[in-house]
Design a protein around this ligand. Structure first.
Ligand code: AMP
Length: 417
C-alpha cells in the first residue's frame, strides 16, 4: 500500500439495502476501482462478507447482526488485506440514496438535518430510503471525521419538463403529497449519456439520446443535449418497463380491484407488484440467462415473460423516438442491456423504417466495454456501454468536496493533526 498522504484520493461508495451493503472504493480522478465487495444476509445466521482488493479475495461467513457490524466487518477485511484505513486516501463516503423528493437533488453533505429530511421521505421510497439512512448513520458513527455525502438517484431528473413530470391527477392532492414523476437510476442515465457522447466524439449538447438501463431494475430515458426530457420511472421505481420482479406500468385499477375483490391489503398488493411481478412473476425466473434456457426447453410461461418484457421495451423506444423527434443514439446498459444480445436484437428488430439497424455480428460479439452495435448505414447509432454508478457517485462526491474546498485526504488531515 502507498503511505498516508501519497495515496491517490479515494471515495468509499456505499449502497445500503435492507439486508445487504454493497461497497466500492474508487479513485474518482483515475476511475480506478481499488476494492469492492458486498455484505449479504445481514441479520441472519448465514451472513457473508466479501472483499476484493488487488489480487486478494477475502471472505467471511457467519452471523453479522446488523448494518453497523456489517461495516465494521468490511473494515476488518481491509485490515486483514493489509490496507489500513488511514492509508487509503479516503476523502469521502458516498451514499447512494434512491429518493431525494422534490428538494434534494445536489450531492449533499450529511448532517442531522439531512438525515431528518431523508427519514421524512421514507413513505415515498419505503423499500429503499430507510436502509440508506441506516447505512448513513452507521458510516457517520464509524468514520466521524470523513465527509459523508448523499447522492440521489432522482437527481438527474429533477428538472424534467413539467409535461413529462406531471401526472394528470387532482392538482391540489399532487401538490400536497409531492406527487410527480421523479425518475430513478439517474446516476446511470447521466453517466451513460456522457459516455456515449465521449465514445462518439460528439459534444453532449449536440446529441438526442435514448438510454436503456436494463438490469434487475429497468428504466428508459430520452435526453436532449444532456438534459433528460422523459424517463420511464415515476413517483416510485415501479413505473415503466417490465423488470426482474417489478411490474412496471399497470392500470391503477388493478390495485382497487384487488383491494375490493380479493381483500388484499395495500402492503400485500405493493409487495406483489414490487417483488412477485415482472419477469419473475410471469416466468418464475429473474435471471435472463435462466429465462433463455427455459425458453429453449419449451417453457411457455418463460416465453410469455420474455415477450411481455420485449413488447414493453419496444413501446417505450417507440414513444421516446416520438418524444425526441430525431434521435442520434440509443445506448443499452446494465446487466441485461450489456450482456443479453437477444434482448437488444428483439428490442430493435424491424425498426429500419424508423432509422434503426443493428449489425447482427457486432451485436452478437462477446466483446465487453463500450462498443458500437449498429450497422454503418443505420441513421441512429446503437451502443452498448457498461454502467458504472459507483464511479459516477465517487466523482459527484469529489466534485462536491472540491466545490467546498475540501481537497485533502483524510490520511493527510490525520497526519496533520
Ligand atoms: P443488474 O441489476 O444491472 O446487476 O443486472 C442483473 C441482471 O442482469 C440479472 O438478473 C440477469 O438477468 C442479467 N444478466 C447478467 N448477466 C447476464 C448475461 N450474461 N446474460 C443475460 N443476462 C444477464
Amino acid at each position: 500500500m502507498t503511505t498516508a498522504g501519497a495515496a491517490p484520493r479515494t471515495v468509499l461508495v456505499l449502497n445500503s439495502g435492507s439486508s445487504s451493503v454493497k461497497f466500492q472504493l474508487v479513485e474518482p480522478d483515475s476511475g480506478v476501482s481499488v476494492a469492492s465487495g458486498i455484505v449479504e444476509r445481514i441479520g441472519e445466521d448465514t451472513s457473508s462478507a466479501k472483499l476484493k482488493i488487488g489480487d486478494q479475495d477475502l471472505h467471511r461467513a457467519g452471523a453479522i447482526a446488523d448494518h453497523e457490524a456489517a461495516l465494521r466487518t468490511v473494515f476488518e477485511l481491509f485490515e486483514e488485506a493489509g490496507a489500513h484505513l488511514d492509508s487509503l486516501g479516503l476523502v469521502a463516503v458516498g451514499h447512494r440514496v434512491v429518493h431525494g423528493g422534490r428538494a434534494l437533488f445536489r450531492p449533499t453533505r450529511v448532517d442531522d438535518a439531512l438525515i431528518a429530511r431523508l427519514t421524512e421521505l421514507a413513505p415515498l421510497a419505503p423499500l429503499h430510503n430507510p436502509p440508506a439512512v441506516l447505512g448513513i448513520e452507521v458510516a457517520c458513527r464509524i468514520l466521524p471525521d470523513i465527509p459523508q455525502i448523499a447522492v440521489f438517484d432522482t437527481a438527474f431528473f429533477h428538472d424534467l419538463p413539467a409535461a413529462s413530470a406531471t401526472y394528470a391527477i387532482d392538482r391540489d392532492i399532487a401538490d400536497q403529497w409531492q406527487i410527480r414523476r421523479y425518475g430513478f437510476h439517474g446516476t446511470s442515465h447521466r453517466y451513460i449519456s456522457e459516455q456515449a457522447a465521449q465514445f462518439l466524439g460528439v459534444p453532449l449538447e449536440n446529441l438526442n439520446q435514448i438510454v436503456l438501463h436494463l438490469g434487475n431494475g429497468a428504466s428508459a430515458s430520452a435526453i436532449v443535449g444532456g438534459r433528460p426530457v422523459d424517463t420511464s420511472m415515476g413517483l416510485t421505481p415501479m413505473e415503466g418497463l417490465v423488470m426482474g420482479t417489478r411490474s412496471g406500468d399497470v392500470d391503477p385499477g388493478i390495485v382497487f380491484y384487488l383491494a375490493r375483490a380479493a381483500h388484499m391489503s395495500v402492503e400485500d398488493i405493493e409487495s406483489m407488484l414490487n417483488r412477485r411481478s415482472g419477469v419473475l412473476g410471469l416466468g418464475g425466473e429473474i435471471d435472463f440467462r435462466e429465462l433463455h434456457r427455459q425458453i429453449t426447453d419449451g417453457s411457455e410461461q418463460a416465453r410469455l415473460a420474455y415477450d411481455v418484457y420485449i413488447h414493453r421495451l419496444r413501446k417505450y423506444i417507440g414513444a421516446y423516438l416520438a418524444v425526441l423527434g430525431s434521435t442520434d443514439v440509443i445506448t443499452f446498459t446494465a446487466g441485461v442491456g450489456e450482456n443479453d444480445a437477444a434482448v437488444r436484437r428483439d428490442a430493435l428488430t424491424g425498426l429500419a423504417p424508423l432509422g434503426i439497424e443493428l449489425d447482427e455480428h457486432l451485436n452478437d460479439s462477446p466483446a465487453r466495454g463500450a462498443r458500437l452495435i449498429s450497422a454503418d448505414k443505420s441513421p441512429i447509432t446503437v451502443l452498448v456501454i457498461p454502467t458504472n454508478e459507483e464511479l459516477a457517485i465517487a466523482r459527484a462526491c469529489s466534485e462536491a468536496l472540491d466545490d467546498a474546498g475540501e481537497e485533502r485526504a483524510w490520511g493527510e488531515r490525520g497526519a496533520a493533526k
